[in-house]
Design a protein around this ligand. Structure first.
Ligand SMILES: [Mg+2]
Length: 215
């Protein structure tokens, strides 16, 4: 069994963020044309980690506008209908399909939550072409939005053996890589060096680092 995180591991969610900013540009077209003109150019490559950092990049400076923009982003980023904009990270699709073809059981373990994001995530994985909804695949989500991702993954890590013997777990958050190697010493814990939350813990020396899934 192989465990895959989604955001920043198998899926690049920057197109989702860029799409939301372009929608905000439309919303502000007449009321805030300067900010709208900047946001209208948003492309996936422009997006960095953190909504505040992104608003800096697009020159949204007014405090009230920033607060509104953060709410606009949050109301869309964490809901089913926006999952369709995610794209596979380089090599991810081929790698996951190869693992499945070789007989691995796949568990997609994500900090996305069951009430608001699971159905959109399932559809997104299906539409992009990842094995899902077939024998030997599972999508595991957080029971509630408010639970911190690392706390959730730490809680469920022991129970993952119900799916089979874990041979590897891939994640782009050092905190998650570290907890995996602690719970499942015999498995490989692999860090995807894409983007991650600020101020991460030091990576456990047993964790393997890769740039992407291309081989
Ligand atoms: Mg992630």
């Amino acid at each position: 069994m192989i465990v895959f995180d989604l955001d920043g591991t198998l899926l690049d969610n920057r197109p989702r963020v860029a799409k939301i900013f372009r929608e905000l540009a439309e919303h502000w077209q007449t009321t805030n044309p300067t900010e709208a003109a900047s946001l209208a150019t948003a492309a996936a490559e422009d997006i960095v980690y953190g909504v505040e950092e992104n608003l800096d990049r697009f020159n949204v400076k007014d405090v009230a506008l920033r607060t509104f923009a953060a709410g606009f982003w949050k109301d869309r980023f964490f809901v089913d209908s926006y999952m369709q904009y995610d794209r596979p990270t380089p090599g991810a699709l081929d790698f996951v399909k190869a693992c499945y073809s070789a007989g691995a059981t796949l568990v997609y373990l994500t900090g996305r939550d069951l009430p608001n994001m699971a159905l959109g995530t399932f559809a997104s994985l299906r539409d992009v072409g990842f094995p899902i909804g077939v024998v030997g695949t599972s999508l595991v989500t957080k029971p509630a939005f408010e639970i911190p991702d690392a706390a959730f993954k730490n809680d469920v890590a022991p129970a993952l053996v119900r799916h089979g013997k874990i041979i590897a777990a891939f994640d782009n958050e050092p905190a998650n890589n570290n907890l995996f190697v602690q719970h499942h010493e015999a498995a490989l814990s692999i860090f995807l060096d894409t983007h991650h939350a600020p101020n991460p813990p030091a990576l456990d020396s047993r964790v393997i680092v890769i740039e992407d899934f291309r081989w």
